[in-house]
Design a protein around this ligand. Structure first.
Ligand SMILES: *Cc1c(COP(=O)(O)O)cnc(C)c1O
Length: 367
């Protein structure tokens, strides 16, 4: 039995009849930039994420970049983040001219370890950028306290965590801004690239809107230099349809995760994911740890089971960041995760038979 890592066609089949008229309406209107669907989606995401405002942007990467630019983070500043994340997190810090200061992760959650954050704060620190990896939020309260003590912005990279909650609070509603991605493989995936920035500060939202249109407002009057970070109307139209299904899909992912937890409960050395107390995960990924990871992955590939390694190399070890001066051994927990983590298929449309096949295949490999 084939079990792909992700099957977007299976999901599309369930909403095809809703997507087609929504896209057709945008084609008929020819209102491709800043059409009414963009504002509707912004209002809907703000509401969904318990935020006062949301600003549509061109991608999750641009949400991080435009967010940092608008907060005034730049040359000479330091931003504290995790070395175990998708590249865009650190890439955005680099692109505004600030310095990435990495702090190691917690082994159980793969998220930044708040206990190590304060020691990394210097005179130059301007922001802390926790990432809510694989669908569950980082441990935010200790970081909010550190940020308050040192007058820092908290920028949530919530690209993998739309709808996740931390002690009842939605991802993206906790820091100064929240940055979301609508990359097709995210829980809320668009018909291409897209992103969103959320905030509780209307004045900041107004500046974020300027930033995404070359720092202008009204048009052709530029207060500062932003970029073209706009979200296409056609993306907003597709996302409005999909948002109606998001809670159902995320619940299905949680149910699939619970099933794997049950099936893989007694098979050491496999370690199944930990969801911290007070957290609700949306399981953008279901990531196990296993020592002979690469051999297991090859075995599963042979059996037609798709898996992926998030992430094979920590960011402090990336060639493009060698000037930061980090070396192998600096973040041992992150480095170990890079050798042990393996994401299994978790998408909502998986059948129980497929989940059982994956679990049985893992057990077969171990025996
Ligand atoms: C996907 C992702 C991004 C970037 O989003 P894009 O829409 O692909 O630009 C940023 N951070 C994390 C943690 C992500 O998973």
């Amino acid at each position: 039995m084939q079990v792909p890592l992700l099957d977007l066609k299976a999901q599309y089949a369930t909403i095809k009849d809703e997507i087609a008229p929504a896209v057709q309406a945008v084609l008929d209107s020819q209102y491709f930039i800043n059409g009414p669907e963009v504002k509707q989606l912004e209002a809907a995401i703000a509401d969904y994420s318990q935020c006062k405002a949301a600003v549509g942007v061109s991608s999750g990467t641009d949400a991080l970049l435009a967010g940092l630019m608008t907060l005034g983070v730049g040359a000479g500043d330091e931003v504290i983040t995790t070395p175990f994340t998708f590249f865009a997190t650190a890439g955005a810090i680099w692109r505004v001219g600030a310095r990435c200061v990495f702090v190691d992760i917690q082994p159980e959650t793969f998220n930044i370890d708040p206990a190590q954050v304060e020691a990394a704060v210097t005179e130059k620190t301007k922001a802390i950028m926790p990432v809510h990896l694989f669908g569950q939020t980082a441990d935010m309260d200790p970081m909010l306290a550190i940020a308050a003590r040192h007058d820092l912005f908290v920028v949530e990279d919530a690209a993998q965590a739309i709808g996740a909650t931390y002690r009842g609070r939605r991802a993206g509603s906790i820091g100064a801004i929240g940055c979301f991605s609508f990359y097709p493989s995210k829980n809320l995936g668009g018909l291409g690239d897209g992103g969103m920035i959320t905030t509780q500060d209307e004045e900041l939202a107004a500046r974020l809107r300027q930033c995404r249109s070359h720092g202008s407002g009204p048009k052709y009057f530029h207060h500062w230099v932003g970029g073209n970070f706009r979200l296409d109307t056609i993306q907003a139209a597709g996302l409005l349809v999909k948002l109606r299904h998001l809670d159902g899909w995320s619940a299905k992912r949680r149910a699939n995760a619970a099933r794997y937890d049950e099936l893989l409960a007694d098979c050491p050395p496999v370690v199944t994911p930990t969801v911290s107390e007070g957290n609700v995960s949306i399981f953008n990924q279901y990531v196990i740890r296993v020592p002979r990871r690469d051999a297991l992955q090859a075995f599963l590939t042979d059996r037609g089971i798709g898996t992926v390694v998030y992430y094979p190399l920590s960011l402090h070890q990336q060639e493009c960041f060698k000037d930061l001066g980090y070396k192998t051994g600096d973040f041992p927990v992150s480095e170990k995760a890079a050798t042990e983590a393996l994401a299994l298929p978790i998408y909502p449309e998986l059948t129980d038979e497929q989940i059982v096949t994956v679990a049985e295949s893992i057990k077969e490999f171990l025996s």
